[in-house]
Design a protein around this ligand. Structure first.
Ligand SMILES: [Zn+2]
Length: 554
């Protein structure tokens, strides 16, 4: 299978309508066959949509890719409308047990959730939401900076932001936040429009706030805002003091009077360990790494690499960040990243490989709804692989830097938790007060930042000093309430890490089995099936944090 050969027919309103009419007619005579056709149609539509969005991310300045994405975004609400109508009809059948016997009880629960998140009256709003999201992505992709004689984009600025020379780190942050300051009004405008639009959709669907709708859009069946709020409290209690002391230790080690924002990414006093080489070197070393870990991982990696299902190099016009997408009608995933020569290359590679491996391992799950789990579970697969590759790190950073890499990754993971819950708490506040003017949102962020990251000192960086740091976080714009997922998953991934230090083989087997289960269960079910303790269980976070602290102290 070759990525270059992938092509999916472009659907239109007419072809989609005809296909759904045929499925509807089949439903009158043969429910199982109709469900099979429904699944096939959704896989084909999703594969086409994934490819169109991927091509746009690969070159945000390609006019054809951009107009294809715009077309897909215009069509998406209509596809959702047809899909929702069919789910409604299936759920209206009094023979629920019969439906569950064919589609699976978990899938039926997901559908019952899904039909509450869409109504044709919000179709235009959804289209507008996609447009605003594309504007944000394009704006960030347009950023250009001149530093040390190089012209770089936001991803390309990252190596300078963790440079061993303090003045270079400061310069990188000065440039980065200068860009956000320059576009502050536009960024405020995009977000303000998004918040009001989302709140309006929630009201149209009968909710009182977007938060409830967002939880259902994320298909969270087994926890709500109250559980999430308690988890944030746990982070505040157990992680914030630890990170505070780690940062103070770093300040003392480096002999700084104060630890500034541009020092936060400089974790290792000898300089953050870097990959042993560029893209080609890493891609080659990764093969040996997976060979040493497990034949299932290694075989899959070769399939991905040899099929061209990876785009990891940074190019000027690529969208930022990293992600994994998949084409469910052919079973293949694709990983996207922007390598920049720092340890992030290893982080993003192992992370997206974890997602891709799960998508591959679960490809034989019976229906499309069971291929991918909800995102907090999906991030367990990705974040766990970041930790499970630890013993092989010598291959990627060199043997002498391997221990330092492991320590750095653990510190970075712990330091992420307070920021992650801050991003989440912020969004709960924003959507609770959708009419707040932009300045009030900046004030909300500042207050939360003082709570969760009391060490933060921005020095002369005006934009974040005035509460604007959140504007650099794409999830706040493009994936509302999808951020706590990383912090929940990290609590689970760190449990795998603790286990793997005692039992590497058994832990890897449990990890692979979890990947195979895909989205066949809700979060709590998947966590339990892997022998992990739910992050919502009292003491779960405190326990792994204690283990991490003892690792760092020894
Ligand atoms: Zn991820």
């Amino acid at each position: 299978m070759q990525f270059a050969d992938l092509a999916f027919p472009t659907p239109t309103r007419e072809t989609l309508a005809a296909r759904h009419a045929a499925i509807g007619a089949l439903l009158d005579t043969d429910r199982a066959a109709a469900l099979g056709e429904f699944d096939k149609a959704r896989r084909e539509y999703d594969s086409w949509s994934a490819l169109v969005h991927l091509r746009f991310s690969q070159d945000t300045t390609d006019a054809a890719a951009k107009s294809a994405r715009e077309y897909a975004d215009t069509l998406a609400p209509y596809a959702t409308e047809l899909e929702t109508a069919l789910k409604r009809r299936l759920l209206a059948d009094p023979d629920r047990a019969g439906l569950e016997a064919i589609a699976g009880a978990h899938t039926v629960r997901l559908w019952a959730n899904d039909i509450t998140t869409f109504d044709p009256i919000i179709a235009g709003d959804l289209e507008e939401e996609s447009k605003l999201s594309a504007r944000y992505t394009e704006l960030l992709a347009s950023a250009r900076f001149e530093i040390e004689g190089q012209s770089v984009n936001l991803s390309g600025l990252a190596p300078y932001a963790e440079h061993a020379v303090r003045a270079t780190r400061h310069e990188a942050e000065r440039l980065r936040w200068g860009f956000f300051a320059e576009h502050r009004e536009e960024l405020d405008g995009i977000y303000d429009a998004m918040v009001k639009l989302r709140h309006g959709m929630a009201l149209k669907l009968g909710d009182t706030s977007f938060t409830d709708l967002a939880y259902r859009r994320m298909r969270r069946l087994d926890y709500g805002p109250a559980e999430v709020a308690r988890y944030r409290e746990e982070v505040l209690k157990h992680v914030v003091p630890l990170v505070d002391s780690l940062l103070d230790r770093r300040r003392a080690t480096n002999g700084w009077d104060s630890l500034c924002y541009w020092d936060e990414a400089f974790i290792d006093p000898d300089g953050n360990p870097k990959p042993i080489g560029d893209h080609d070197t890493l891609v080659a070393a990764a093969e040996t790494m997976f060979d040493r870990m497990d034949p299932r991982l290694a075989d899959f990696y070769r399939t991905l690499r040899d099929g061209g299902f990876m785009d990891l190099k940074n190019r000027p016009t690529k969208a930022g960040g990293g992600f994994c997408t998949s084409f469910p009608s052919v079973g293949a995933p694709f990983i996207f990243a922007n390598f920049n020569g720092t340890h992030h290359d290893i982080g993003v590679f192992t992370h997206e490989m974890g997602h891709a491996f799960q998508a591959w391992e679960s490809r034989n799950q019976p229906g499309i709804d069971q291929l991918w789990p909800t995102m907090e579970s999906a991030e367990i697969h990705s974040m766990s692989l970041e930790f499970l590759t630890h013993p092989q790190m010598g291959l990627l950073v060199g043997d002498r830097a391997a221990d330092r890499f492991r320590t750095m990754h653990l510190i970075a993971s712990l330091s992420f938790l307070p920021y992650g819950v801050c991003v989440d708490h912020f969004q709960h506040q924003v959507y609770a007060k959708p009419d707040a003017p932009p300045a009030e949102r900046h004030a909300m962020w500042q207050k939360l930042e003082r709570l969760y990251m009391p060490w933060t000192y921005y020095g002369d960086l005006k934009h974040p000093t005035m509460g604007g740091r959140w504007q650099a976080k794409p999830h706040i714009y493009n994936g509302p309430f999808y951020y706590i997922d990383y912090t929940l998953a990290l609590c689970c991934a760190m449990q795998f890490w603790v286990r793997s230090r005692k039992d590497p083989k058994g832990t890897l087997d449990a990890y692979v089995a979890l990947c195979e289960r895909g989205g066949s269960l809700p979060f709590s079910g998947l966590v339990e099936s892997a022998g992990l303790i739910s992050p919502f269980a009292p003491g779960a976070l405190a326990d792994v944090v204690r283990e991490a602290q003892s690792f760092l102290d020894t």
